[in-house]
Design a protein around this ligand. Structure first.
Ligand SMILES: Nc1ncnc2c1ncn2[C@@H]1O[C@H](COP(=O)(O)OP(=O)(O)O)[C@@H](O)[C@H]1O
Ligand SMILES: CC(=O)OP(=O)(O)O
Ligand SMILES: [Mg+2]
Length: 408
């Protein structure tokens, strides 16, 4: 057996999966949370059996050592599981990386140089890679969130600011969550309902127009034409675009200058927009489940937070339908997109003029497979499909890691 250990190091967490890429099975998965805080927690799951460890975890190095201990204690042993590679999610690849690469010292240095463009994510990615290379003597592969968007058309990737300044500082729209947008848009294109729709309309796969909504803690939208990304909502950093758990998404840049001139430091404004805004800033909680409970208890702030969140989403879907010249599939993915039926219903509400709509029973059903939740033929032959498509960034990273190693 050849397996891949996939590491997704976040600012205060380490998520991991041991993946058997051929069947696509996760042999083990877990998360170490609240790294660096007094109350750390690790949860390790093997075939439905969960082991939990509470207690402070000093840094990402300690987190990875704890994960390796959990594997040794509860299995599967990494030695016996045939780990042939470690795949790392790296959030910002800048202009240096448009595809996965085998990690060497130069790659680590380049990812470190990009820290100013992804201050929440790249520091943890660098630490994760450094510690894992010390502890696990197999090839390490970096898979970049930005890669799927490396070829965005120039009008979508370019900010309308002075060209010389933009070039000097690497300012362009990079886009993030690309591994998920690529995985989901490919799953959509291969889905029988989608291939049947194209065949019925006498169209080739290169004409398929998708809008993918990745709604997790971080959230982003993409427009995908024939498998190629042509627009995305995140920009130079993962702050732009949709309303997120703790991030504002789009704001007037004038707000930044106004706050700085009013006495806040640049770092304080950064923290405000990245960590104290979004659903948390408006509704008091960043978790969609908690926000929904607050709304049900009559909380007006929580209600407004969700209304702002949905309004932004509807604006983006409409804008991306314009970019694509129409829409064939609207796909929801990630924690909120896969689980929150009321969010999906709220997004399509008011977008009936684009032909978008959901069947309440299909929308409310719970399933782990990709599925269509809009009215199906013969009721609505020419209308776009609304779909729920579970993402699997870890499987995608594992497969891409093996592909890079096979091509060496
Ligand atoms: N059953 C559910 N109903 C509504 N929201 C959910 C549900 N399960 C998870 N979520 C939401 O998904 C979000 C986390 O998504 P996830 O994709 O795991 O994020 P990340 O990878 O950024 O940590 C949280 O806001 C959480 O509330
Ligand atoms: C890029 C990004 O926002 O990632 P996450 O959703 O994991 O924070
Ligand atoms: Mg995620």
């Amino acid at each position: 057996m050849s397996t891949v250990l996939v590491l997704n190091s976040g600012s205060s967490s380490l998520k991991y999966q041991l993946v058997d890429p051929a069947p696509g099975d996760a042999l083990a998965a877990g998360i170490v949370e609240r790294i660096g805080e007094a109350s750390g927690r690790a949860s390790h799951e093997v075939r439905g059996a969960r082991t939990v460890r509470e207690g402070a975890v000093a840094d990402h190095g300690a987190a990875l050592r704890l994960v390796l201990e959990l594997f040794e204690e509860t299995g599967p042993s990494l030695g016996e599981a045939g780990v042939v590679a470690v795949g790392h999610r790296v959030v910002h690849g800048g202009t240096s990386f448009s595809a996965p690469v085998v990690v060497d010292d130069d790659v680590v240095a380049a990812v470190r140089d990009l820290i100013p463009l992804a201050p929440l994510h790249n520091p943890a990615n660098v630490t994760g890679i450094e510690v894992a290379r010390e502890l696990l003597d197999v090839p390490h592969v970096a898979v970049f969130d930005t890669a799927f968007f490396a070829d965005l058309p120039a009008p979508a990737a370019t900010y309308a600011i002075d060209r010389g300044t933009a070039a000097e500082h690497g300012i362009r729209r990079y886009g993030f969550h690309g591994t998920s947008h690529e995985y989901v848009s490919r799953a959509v294109a291969e889905h029988p309902a989608v291939t049947a729709k194209l065949a019925a309309e006498g169209r080739g796969p290169e004409t398929l127009r998708q809008v993918v909504l990745h709604l997790g803690n971080g959230a982003s939208a993409s427009a995908v034409l024939g498998g190629r990304a042509v627009e995305t909502s995140m920009g130079l950093t993962p702050l732009e675009g949709l309303v997120m758990g703790t991030r504002s998404g789009d704001v007037d840049a004038g707000i930044v200058f106004h706050l700085i001139r009013s006495g806040l430091s640049p770092d304080e404004v950064d923290t405000l927009l990245n960590k104290r805004s979004g659903l948390l800033g408006l509704g008091g909680v960043n978790d969609m489940r908690e926000l929904t409970r607050l709304i049900e208890s009559g909380d007006d702030d929580a209600r407004l937070a969700l209304d702002v969140y949905l309004h932004r989403l509807r604006k983006y879907v409409g804008a991306y339908a314009a970019v694509l010249g129409g829409i064939d599939v609207l796909a929801f993915t990630a924690g909120v997109g896969e689980n929150a039926a009321h969010v999906r219903a709220g997004v399509v509400e008011g977008l009936g003029f684009l032909g978008l709509g959901v069947v309440p029973d299909l929308n409310a059903a719970r399933a782990r497979e990709s599925r269509v939740i809009s009215p199906t033929e013969p009721e609505a032959p020419a209308r776009p499909l609304v779909m729920v498509v579970p993402t699997n960034e870890e499987l995608a990273i594992a497969r891409q890691s093996l592909a890079v190693l096979a091509a060496r």
